[in-house]
Design a protein around this ligand. Structure first.
Ligand SMILES: [Zn+2]
Length: 608
């Protein structure tokens, strides 16, 4: 018997066997149990995440007469015929090869006929985004008037290419990337069943290299198995996955932090020669440095095994550079990433980047050798504290004349040393205000109650970013997350994390909430500004909070450098109305409004 690929042999036959998509499989099983079956589904997500497997299992489960708890029996004739692809009523179409209007018209003609062997006719259209416009229109006609007992399951890796008219007629499920942990567990299970021995580290290397695709993980595992005799070795896994690149990345990091620019440039050309894409290299390096920063904060924040590196590696990496150097490096990397978008010669930029990264380390090493490491650290902390104090003073002075988006750096030196400082993170104030317009305590409570479920749906990487963030405000269609760690916020803003969270939230509660991020230290001011603009004012603790029904139009003057010099001692709105009597406080409109938005526990912070 010829060898069958692992991913074919171990293709999931039950919802329970689909890895890493628990929310989706639970929902689909419930639909079958309660017989609330929709006539059209859209399964989206990266390749190898279980979309077509789920579609076939669904086709079996709706037709199997021995289905139990929403799972097909896989024993009856119907189940077997569907598994083998020989049941006429379950039709699989690969739109990548059948993108013509004719094929879809054919569906339209045949869809009218009742299923012959099974209860439901199921059309599974894979890579549906490949359909031509004409074919989409034909499909739309069918979806508009769905015949009884027909189910369409559309699968795609590129949902943005699907017309909205189609999307509005389907129930959509977004399949997530498989976490390294899930891929690891599945491979371990399969190898145990096959009685094949393995080094666990080898499985981690494969799990990481698969980058979220279970099918990819099993394909790599297949290749590694072909090298060795019923034993999965780390060396073979490294060889097959090209994880050498990870080692090169680590070496490169150590070279630029040493700094040894000659060696680093050589390492860079090695990486590029191994086929590494320039943008990808920068992304990998940023997430690499982020892991080092997290590890410095606390080793427990990093899931070391899933990074493909060892604890010893991380100890060595953590000792190689201090947090300020790492922040500066991330700044340099972000700048280069922006510049590189417009170039056809990324190599040149990467070489300049390498020299800059070495310079970052050299600058700090220089000041450290002059002053001693402890002194340098204290100086740096002092300047950060000074800047923070200055900002706090500014915030108090300004009262709430205008929202603070990003503050002026006090001096170029401090700006350079405070890379990743919240002052440099941009806030989409317009979006935040939109959330606050409709925010309620009920919505916030709902989001908070879903939070731990949501975290469990994220990949390790994504979870690392949001684990220390908290929902700060929420309305029926929006939510604000507040980030304590500026560098995590910076990373979160850089990717598609807000969309991922939005999708996951929708799956958990059915509400489509747009997600906005804010730095935690700017949040109180943003709220105060919002309340102010909406007719309330907040005074310092010694004064009473009071309503100003006809609030003056907020001053939109830019935050000038004047404030930071400390010369502008008076707030812009010095003419504050006289304080009201203390008796007003319990029913103070601003307090109740704030309570309505954020809850009483948070309002206390307001008066500090
Ligand atoms: Zn069955």
């Amino acid at each position: 018997m010829s060898y069958q690929a692992l991913y074919r042999v171990w293709r999931p036959q039950r919802f329970d066997e689909i890895v890493g998509q628990q929310v989706i499989t639970r929902t689909l099983k419930n639909a079958i149990i309660t017989k609330q079956i929709s006539h059209a589904y859209l399964f989206t997500g990266p390749r190898g995440t279980g979309k077509t497997s789920a579609a076939k299992i669904f086709a079996k489960a709706v037709n199997c007469h021995h289905a139990k708890d929403g799972e097909p029996c896989n024993q009856c004739e119907t189940c077997k015929a569907i598994t083998a692809g020989r049941l006429n009523d379950v039709i699989e179409i690969d739109a990548a090869s059948n993108n013509g209007v004719e094929e879809i018209r054919d569906i339209r003609d045949k869809v009218k006929y009742a299923p012959t062997q099974a209860d439901y006719k199921v059309y599974i259209i894979d890579e549906v985004h490949m359909l031509s416009t004409g074919a989409f229109n034909a499909l739309l006609k069918t979806l508009e008037e769905p015949p009884a007992n027909v189910i369409f399951i559309l699968a795609t890796t590129e949902p943005h290419k699907i017309p909205l008219t189609i999307i509005s007629r389907v129930q959509r499920f977004d399949f997530r990337r498989i976490s390294a942990q899930d891929a690891f567990d599945r491979m371990k299970y399969i190898l145990d069943q096959k009685k094949v021995t393995y080094e666990e580290k080898a499985l981690w290397v494969i799990a990481n290299a698969a980058e979220g695709g279970m099918r990819d993980a099993l394909s790599i595992l297949d290749q590694v198995l072909s090298f060795s005799d019923n034993h999965v070795k780390l060396d073979d896994a490294l060889l097959v996955t090209g994880s050498v690149a990870k080692k090169l990345l680590k070496d490169y990091f150590l070279q630029v932090t040493k700094p040894d620019s000659a060696a680093a440039l050589k390492g860079l050309s090695g990486l590029l020669a191994s086929g590494k894409d320039g943008q990808r290299f920068i992304e990998d390096l940023i997430s690499f440095i982020r892991d080092v920063l997290l590890y410095q904060e606390s080793p427990s924040l990093v899931h070391v095994e899933s990074t493909g590196l060892s604890d010893e590696d991380f100890q060595q990496l953590s000792a190689a550079a201090s947090a300020p150097v790492l922040y500066d490096m991330i700044d340099v990397l972000n700048e280069t990433q922006d510049e590189m978008r417009f170039t056809t010669h990324p190599d040149v930029y990467l070489e300049v980047l390498t020299v800059k990264l070495c310079q970052v380390s050299k600058d700090l090493a220089h000041s450290a050798s002059e002053l001693g490491p402890a002194k340098a650290k204290i100086d740096q902390l002092n300047s950060q504290v000074a800047q923070l104090q200055q900002e706090v003073a500014q915030l108090q002075k300004r009262g709430s004349t205008s929202p603070i988006v990003s503050s002026q750096p006090a001096s170029p030196h401090i700006r350079k040393r405070s890379a990743g400082h919240p002052g440099t993170s941009r806030v989409n104030l317009h979006q935040v205000y939109q959330v606050l317009e409709t925010a309620t305590r009920t919505d916030l409570d709902e989001v908070k109650s879903l939070w731990s479920d949501l975290l469990s749906m994220l990949s390790n990487m994504e979870r690392g970013l949001v684990e220390l963030a908290t929902p700060a405000a929420a309305g029926p269609d929006s939510v604000v997350l507040s980030f304590k760690q500026p560098f995590l916020l910076q990373r979160a803003n850089g990717g598609n994390l807000s969309e991922v969270i939005q999708q996951d939230l929708q799956q958990l509660c059915g509400k489509d909430r747009r997600v906005t991020f804010v730095p935690a230290d700017k949040w109180p001011q943003i709220r105060a500004d919002f309340l102010k603009e909406h007719g309330y004012s907040i005074k310092k603790p010694d004064q009473r909070v009071q309503p100003t029904a006809k609030a003056p139009a907020p001053s939109r003057e830019p935050q000038s450098g004047q404030d930071s010099t400390g010369t502008n001692a008076e707030p812009k709105q010095a003419a504050a109305p006289a304080p009201t009597s203390p008796a007003d406080q319990p029913t103070d409109p601003v307090v109740s409004k704030a309570e309505e938005l954020f809850g009483s526990d948070i309002v206390k912070v307001e008066n500090n």
